[in-house]
Write a protein that binds this ligand. Sequence first.
Ligand code: ADQ
Length: 544
Amino acid sequence: MLPQRDQTDSGSRGPEVAVPRPAMASERERVPEMPDADKSPVVAIANRLPIRPGDGGWELSPGGLATALRPVMRTRSGAWVGWDGGSKGMPATLPGLRTRLLPISLSVAQVRQYYHGFANATLWPLLHDAIEKPRFERGWWRSYQDVNSAFAGAALAALSDCPGAIAWVHDYHLALVPRLLRERRPDQPIGFFLHIPWPAPEIFARVPWRQEILLGMLGADVVSFHAERYRDNFVRACASLLADVGVQVNGSTIVLPDQRQVSTTTAPISIDTAEYRRLAADPETAAQIAGLTDQFRGRSLLLGVDRLDYTKGIVERLLAVEALLERRQDLRTKVAFLQVAVPSRDNVVEYRTLRAAVEGHIGRINGKFTEPGSDVPVHYLHRSLPPEQLAAYYAVADMMLVTPLIDGMNLVAKEYVTVQHARHGSGSMILSEFTGASSELREAIPCNPFDTEGLSLRVEHALALSQSARRAAITAMARYVAAHDVHRWVARQLRDIAAAARTGGRARMDRQLVAASQPGPARSPGPPASRSRQGRRPDGVRRH
Ligand code: ADQ
């Protein structure tokens, strides 16, 4: 298992920049007070608010960022700015939370253009290696700018109410927010975390507003990614697409024309392992396990759990199962494949097409391979499951098929190994080499999901592994995940932001001192005069 690095230096790829001279002790004292990562309030800015209506009223949404930030929201003041999703009457906070919830309402047109359009039909496919063709519409881009401004406005108000807070901006929906905050609060500690991949610079370069998006993210003190290859791609994009506006790259640091420095880091997200261990032991989960064990008795259960998204490789997985059953007639009554698919983004045409394709493949495979008097080989649930039921599926599955064509991290892989280990299971996991998780879960059986025949052979190989080999792999992966859980990720992200802001504060201080010590009129930070060309805004970005 390779240790994950807190902050990775990719080596110099661009012209070196002058490192600001070290400040003298007396100068350092004048640096503005920076936040304490372990105590400061946190203002989270993410597309959605972390609550949903439950049986007994509003509750925290399960999974993801809400779970990750639950301890922070309980113990520190702060706020969460997010879209209300169209819900009315959201509470200002929840019992037991100190965080205030600040809902953003979007118009019908904004939901269509900003959310379904620019976020999910432009940036999502673009940043996933353009495996579906990204659509570029100027109206969507304008809406994206407007909505990012609205989020930034709400975040600025929250930051004014929370002195010393860390601003933590999440994901591709809000790439412009860090810079909008920076313009109004130059000394604000700001972090940006991208939850999805970052493609090679040649792919990212296709988006007409590439400079604005990059400079938007570079408003942060630190920009973080799940995997080293995404971080590296981002740094290379900055080097190649921002050189003409005076941005330079120094190892893993991006230096802006005003000499402000932005760190880039690799910070793989994880799960709340204690919560998944608790779920594994829950009586409700145990009852569900008993039912599923009966249902699939005598068969090896292969499992896929995903949002119904074209990045997840669901069709390729089905084709691999089909190839396996074609080749191994004896397995047709001995293996069952269950695909659990959460409905997702029905308003985007590619998702509707995908659903039709998935359901078509399942119908064909079952039509072809169901033996008279026997159960169907492929089972399909198109719905969201309660956590106990999901945990039960993880517990009974003999094999987990995690086969995305590309995936930022993939939390399902971490959830499966955690539940299996907690239940003393010995399942095996096939894991696409194109997931962030594959950099961490080295004991999984790697696969290339584009090679469906090869994938089917991997499944066949995994079915033949000894129980001791499978158990050893699950144990090693579960231990790794437990040692790198989401609470550690949150703590490290907040520490990184506070540390980068401190470094940036010192650099700013040094700059001001250098400017003050030079004769002539005081110079304000900005791009070098030689780079200020016609048609550029003062920050060097062309107008569109
Ligand atoms: P997602 O694309 O949503 O997240 P993933 O990381 O797998 O992908 O998370 C899915 C979550 O949904 C898991 O926690 C899983 O338990 C849950 N889930 C899946 N099917 C479910 C079902 N039927 N019922 C209930 N819950 C279900 C994005 C990126 C990922 C990245 C995460 C976090 O695309 O690459 O890992 O953000 O950064």
